[in-house]
Design a protein around this ligand. Structure first.
Ligand SMILES: NC(=O)c1ccc[n+]([C@@H]2O[C@H](COP(=O)([O-])OP(=O)(O)OC[C@H]3O[C@@H](n4cnc5c(N)ncnc54)[C@H](OP(=O)(O)O)[C@@H]3O)[C@@H](O)[C@H]2O)c1
Length: 224
C-alpha cells in the first residue's frame, strides 16, 4: 500500500513517515532537498524520497510524473503536509512577496498537486493538513498570510471533495493541533508523536460520510 507524504523531512511530516513505515506502508516522502534529508533517509531510504517544492509548478509537474511511475499510478493515501508559516503576529503591512509565497505553498500548490494526481487518487484517502487558524469563524487578528492561505486550502479541499467523490476519493482537512515543531515552537500543546498518531487514527476512520469535513487530530469538527 502506497502513502505519499509531502514535507516529510522534518516536523509532523517526518513523524508521519516514521509511523506509517512502522505500520508497514510503502512510504514515499517528499523533501525540497532529498540529499540533506538525513533523518528521513534513515527512516524510509533515499530511494523513497522524491524532490518537491510545492510552491513551484515545474517541480510539482516533475514530481507527479515521477510518483506515477513509482506507485504505478496507485496512491492509497496522500497527506499534503508541507506548509509555510508566513509573517507572524500583527504587523503593520505584510510583505506582498511573503503573502504570495505563503498562499502559493499552502493553498495553490496543494490544489495543483491534487488536480494533477487526480487519476492516481481514485479510491484514495487524502488528508490536507490545514490549521485551526484557517477557520473564518474562529479567527483573531494577525498572522494574515497564514490564515488566508489555510482558509483558501479549506475551500480547495471542500471543492475537490465535490469533484473527487465521483471517483471514490475521500478528502479530509485536518488540523494537526498546536504541535512542538520548528513551526509550532517549544511551548506548543502536543508532541509530533501525539499529533501524528491522532492524524493516522483520523485517516483510518475517514469514510465517504465524513469526506469534505474540517476536523482536528482527534477527529473533532472545526467550524469553517
Ligand atoms: N506545528 C503546528 O503547531 C501546526 C499547527 C497547525 C497546522 N500546522 C501545519 O502542519 C504542517 C506541518 O507543519 P510543521 O509544524 O511540521 O512545520 P515545520 O516543522 O516547519 O515543517 C514544514 C515542512 O514543510 C516543508 N515545506 C515548506 N515549504 C515548502 C515548499 N515550498 N515545498 C515543499 N515543502 C515545503 C518544509 O520543508 P523544508 O525543510 O525544506 O523547509 C518542512 O518539511 C503545515 O502544513 C502546517 O501549516 C502545524
Amino acid at each position: 500500500m502506497n502513502i505519499v507524504i509531502t514535507g516529510a523531512n522534518r516536523g509532523i511530516g517526518l513523524e508521519l513517515a516514521k509511523e506509517y513505515k512502522n505500520l508497514n506502508w510503502n512510504v514515499i516522502g517528499t523533501s525540497r532537498n532529498p540529499l540533506s534529508s538525513t533523518t528521513l533517509q534513515e527512516e524510509i531510504g533515499m530511494e523513497n524520497i522524491l524532490p518537491l517544492d510545492i510552491s513551484n509548478e515545474e517541480s510539482i509537474d516533475s514530481f507527479c510524473k515521477e510518483i506515477k511511475i513509482t506507485t504505478n499510478s496507485k496512491i492509497d493515501i496522500l497527506i499534503n503536509n508541507a506548509g509555510a508559516r508566513g509573517e507572524r503576529g500583527l504587523i503593520e503591512i505584510p510583505k506582498q512577496t511573503v503573502m504570495i509565497d505563503t498562499i502559493n505553498t499552502n493553498a495553490i500548490g496543494p490544489t495543483i498537486l491534487l488536480k494533477t494526481l487526480k487519476s492516481s487518487l481514485a479510491n484514495a484517502k487524502i488528508a490536507i493538513i490545514t490549521s485551526g487558524m484557517g477557520s473564518i469563524l474562529k479567527t483573531t487578528s494577525g498572522d494574515l498570510s497564514y490564515r488566508i492561505s489555510k482558509a483558501a486550502v479549506n475551500m480547495a479541499g471542500r471543492n475537490l471533495h465535490m469533484e473527487f467523490k465521483r471517483q471514490n476519493s475521500i478528502i479530509l482537512l485536518v488540523h494537526p493541533g498546536w504541535v512542538q515543531t520548528d513551526m509550532g515552537g517549544d511551548n506548543a500543546d502536543i508532541t509530533v508523536e501525539q499529533s501524528a498518531k491522532g492524524i493516522i487514527e483520523v485517516i483510518s476512520h475517514a469514510s465517504k460520510d465524513n469526506s469534505g469535513s474540517f476536523v482536528n487530530y482527534k477527529g473533532e469538527t472545526i467550524p469553517w
